[in-house]
Design a binder for this molecule. Structure first.
Ligand SMILES: CC(C)(COP(=O)(O)OP(=O)(O)OC[C@H]1O[C@@H](n2cnc3c(N)ncnc32)[C@H](O)[C@@H]1OP(=O)(O)O)[C@@H](O)C(=O)NCCC(=O)NCCS
Length: 390
């Protein structure tokens, strides 16, 4: 099968957080314009737009999002397609854009991800998010996402001796990274005691074990690698793009302590990129809850199953340690406007591979990076492996 090599030539994002002053279209336009300027696209025709958003219909009452954005940004009549895969909508949009360029169908593609979540009360946002799980057997019975991940956490504690302090250390590390990220929702450091003493959301997860409800958008520009050099001295090549699926409902799974979709998508991505977990310098993983980061670093293969909690507590995932995980602050510290997250992960890894991560959060000598974006409680996983272009 012939596939063209694909590069990221421009990236941009809005600050994540509460944006009362900006509507959905302004958010995505801000991120898109930043990415287009970064890619030096002046005078170049954009061929297609792919946009990831999970719940714009529920959260702001607006469907047909990508047509709206193409119109607002003056891009008509290019094809503009919405991609939805719950919290992995952004990663799935990136993968769709990657396939469009790799196949030779399009040359210049803009991929965006956005969500505007704070316009509704937190309870309504929780119900909208709950639609990413099994509506009939989970949400209807009261199992919101914090509750589902609390079940996963309890089981991981039972099987592997993972402690609340180990989970808390993930939040402490991600808030420390977010404090260095000018685009992050939360820019303040917290301690293990802060996490353990915060209000209980779903036992054993406190508020600081949870990602927040955020607004925000992110965008990247893709091109064939051979054309990328005309736009940037430092293209970032996408070496692999993989996706896998699993059951929606937790009760249908053989194990609560691993995500099969992550294992499959990561393994196939490593095969496609011809690299191993040990080759990855920087990785943005889907830490919608602290326990989710522990599962991710185990299932991707950075640490043995059951050892992710201890590795986190021992500092092995901190900036410039064994493997730098979530240098952006992750979903926990940078924020989680769900449709934007998968694209934001690619923005952060691109900055890292270009040596441009702001405020001393640069991973020294980063050459190969990875993103890991999960939908629901693991029913979808999208992974990308990227390398600084030569
Ligand atoms: C944890 C959660 C329930 C807290 O919501 P809440 O109780 O309504 O909290 P509030 O909005 O009243 O915020 C209270 C304060 O805590 C802060 N805060 C809220 N959520 C936070 C979080 N997750 N981490 C850190 N601080 C948080 C707010 O900024 C606010 O600070 P302020 O008083 O300085 O302004 C909510 O963030 C949540 O539902 N998170 C999970 C989202 C989710 O499920 N995503 C999908 C994953 S698959």
């Amino acid at each position: 099968m012939f596939m063209r090599r694909v590069a990221i030539v421009g990236v941009g994002m809005t600050e994540f957080g509460e944006h009362w002053e900006l509507g959905f279209r302004e958010l995505i336009a801000q991120a898109g314009v930043r990415a287009i300027e970064d890619a030096k696209l002046q005078g170049v025709k954009i061929d297609a737009l792919y946009g990831g958003t999970m719940a714009a219909g529920r959260l702001i009452g607006q469907e047909h999002i990508t047509a709206l954005i193409a119109d607002y940004m003056g891009l008509n009549p290019i094809p503009a397609t919405r991609v939805e895969a719950a919290c992995a909508s952004g990663g799935a949009a990136l993968r769709t854009g990657y396939l469009a360029v790799a196949s030779g169908m399009h040359d210049v593609v803009v991929v965006g991800g956005a969500e505007k979540m704070t316009d509704v009360p937190a309870g309504d946002a929780a119900v909208a998010l709950g639609g990413a799980g099994d509506q009939e057997w989970e949400l209807f019975m009261g199992a919101t996402f914090p509750a589902l991940y609390a079940l996963i956490a309890r089981r991981h504690m039972h099987e592997y001796g993972t402690t609340r302090e180990m989970m808390a250390s993930v939040a402490v590390k991600n808030h420390a990274n977010a404090a260095k990220n000018p685009y992050a929702h939360f820019r303040k450091e917290i301690s293990i005691e802060d996490v353990l003493g915060a209000k209980m959301i779903s036992e054993p997860l406190t508020m600081f074990d949870c990602s927040p409800i955020s607004d925000g958008a992110a965008a990247v520009v893709l091109m064939p690698l051979e054309k990328a050099k005309e736009h940037t001295d430092m293209p970032v090549e996408i070496l692999a793009s993989m996706q896998a699926s699993d059951t929606l409902a937790l009760h249908s799974r053989k194990s609560l302590t691993e995500m099969r979709a992550t294992k499959v998508a990561a393994k196939r991505a490593f095969e496609m990129a011809k690299v191993a977990p040990g080759d990855i310098d920087v990785c943005e993983v889907h830490d919608c809850f602290t326990i989710a980061e522990i599962l991710a670093i185990e299932d991707i293969g950075f640490f043995e199953k059951g050892k992710g909690g201890k590795a986190s507590l021992d500092g092995e995932t901190a900036l410039n340690s064994k493997i730098s995980i979530n240098t952006s602050g992750g979903l926990k510290g940078c924020g989680h406007p769900v449709g934007a997250t998968g694209v934001k992960q690619a923005v952060e890894v691109t900055w890292q591979l270009r040596g441009e991560a702001q405020n001393n959060r640069q991973v020294k000598g980063a050459e190969i990076g990875m993103t890991h974006n999960v939908g629901g409680s693991g029913a979808t996983c999208v992974t990308h492996i990227m390398k600084r272009g030569d």
